[in-house]
Design a protein. Structure first.
Length: 386
């Protein structure tokens, strides 16, 4: 009996001591792509090994803890377009990427890309993708081509710690993924590369984004239709086109975005800082949006609402937008642009906004049409509010 108790004690100690830094219990099953035939020399196409490893990961019931797909470090895996489909058997799934994933290096190898994305995760709930690895989209072959990494219908998604470079199009797309977090990662593509958004969000609620470094040729983060309760904190953006709500309402669409908070972000040399963009003729709204504690370094349009002002019969309604604690410089003469259509923008508040020119001695101005609201301690002064 005593021996049994001692044995149980040793088993318990062993179990407790194997909990790794990622919170994965070491006894939980791992599926290493190398064991499925991946070579990782950067030349061989390892797609089939990933597909097989994913099949086993997703098929594991999770009785011994959440299954983990492992992509080991120190290797480079060439993948053609691949879809990691759920639903999976386990209630949660880990994907540990420590190695480098590289897209095909010739367009000929890109043929099968039906979803328009290179790597797709779909219908996997409680998916956690992390690691020290790199995701390289080889975008210089065809800027504007496929998106790199897309998540759709993945509730409670967690993505962290990876380096994303040179996607041909959007680097990370999130759609229909409620309750998710994206943090501690870098996204880099040339300033001149077209359509290379950092993170593109649509139809997603309750998303927390923090501690990112984004340098691309298009929007750092774009928040599109059907999205709400989005927090973006401590993101450093630039070069790029800034953080954008929309475009909303293109081609007469009825689209909404609400409850967005952007805080403690830095824009360095970007085309826009805080942007809201809608198209005439659409409907819906953008409302309850806050930009707070924003640092600007030579940003062309630090604050901009652009409704492509004409007297179109309908428009996306913009209301409840607050800009507080802006500091820094504008590279253009017009630091603040509130260009609203005849329906108008309402409840626009600027408080403690101080923007000067990045050219010493130059002054900057603000312009506005059909904007209603108030401002306090704001330079340049906004004509509609004084
Ligand atoms: C992101 O870049 C910063 C500095 O450029 C670096 O310190 C950090 O390790 C990078 N993070 C990742 C996940 O690559
Ligand atoms: C996500 O949230 C929206 C709005 O709250 C809801 O309509 C939708 O069903 C949710 N999706 C999932 C997959 O839970
Ligand atoms: C966003 O931040 C607010 C506090 O400002 C917090 O109450 C809310 O839970 C956060 N939402 C998400 C999705 O992180
Ligand atoms: C603001 O963001 C910077 C990085 O961009 C970070 O170092 C700092 O801790 C953040 N501050 C707060 C209060 O979150
Ligand atoms: C837009 O859609 C919402 C529901 O999603 C609806 O209440 C509203 O009437 C629609 N507006 C127009 C102009 O179609
Ligand atoms: C802003 O960007 C320029 C050019 O990309 C770079 O040299 C500079 O260090 C950046 N400044 C900050 C504060 O990050
Ligand atoms: C106006 O801004 C000043 C300085 O930021 C602040 O002290 C004051 O409380 C603000 N007033 C209002 C009415 O918000």
């Amino acid at each position: 009996m005593q021996g049994f108790v001692v044995a149980m004690y040793l088993v318990l100690v062993a179990a407790l001591s194997t909990i790794s830094s990622h919170g994965i219990v070491a006894s939980s099953p791992t599926f290493d792509v190398i064991n499925y035939g991946a070579i990782g020399d950067g030349a061989n196409d390892d797609t089939q090994a990933f597909v097989k490893a994913w099949g086993d990961t997703c098929g594991d019931a999770g009785a011994q803890g959440p299954p983990t797909l492992v992509v080991p470090g120190g290797k480079q895996f060439k993948l053609s377009s691949v879809s990691f489909q759920g639903p999976c058997k386990s209630s949660s799934i880990f994907v540990q990427i420590d190695g480098k994933l590289v897209a095909p290096s010739s367009l000929r190898e890109w043929t099968a890309c039906p979803s328009g994305s290179w790597l797709v995760f779909q219908k996997v709930t409680n998916l956690n993708v992390n690691g020290l690895g790199q995701v390289d989209g080889q975008g210089s072959l065809w800027w504007g081509g496929a998106k790199a990494l897309a998540f759709s219908d993945c509730d409670n998604l967690v993505v962290s710690g990876l380096q994303h470079i040179n996607s041909p199009k959007n680097h990370i797309s999130i759609q229909h993924c409620n309750g998710s977090t994206i943090s501690n990662l870098n996204i880099t593509a040339p300033e001149t590369s077209p359509n290379t958004d950092g993170i593109d969000i649509s139809n997603t609620n309750q998303l927390n984004i923090h501690d990112l470094n984004i340098q691309t040729g298009d929007d750092c983060i774009a928040i599109n239709a059907g999205s709400s309760y989005i927090n973006i904190t401590s993101v450093s953006c630039g070069p790029g086109h800034g953080i954008s709500i929309g475009s909303l309402g293109a081609n007469g669409a009825n689209e909404t975005v609400e409850e967005v908070q952007v805080r403690n972000c830095t824009f360095n040399g970007t085309t826009n800082g805080a942007r809201i963009k809608t198209w005439q003729g659409g409907s819906g709204y953008a409302k309850s949006i806050t930009f707070d504690q924003i640092t600007l370094n030579a940003v062309k349009n630090p604050i901009i609402i652009d409704q492509f002002y004409t007297n179109a019969e309908s428009s996306v309604v913009v209301s409840g937008v607050t800009y507080t604690g802006f500091r820094g410089t504008s590279s253009s003469d017009e630091a603040i642009t509130l260009s609203c259509c005849s329906v108008g923008c309402s409840d626009i508040i600027l408080d403690n906004v101080q923007i000067t020119s990045s050219t010493p001695g130059k002054t900057v101005t603000a312009s506005c049409q059909n904007a209603h609201g108030s401002s306090n301690s704001t330079t340049p002064p906004v004509p509609c509010f004084t």
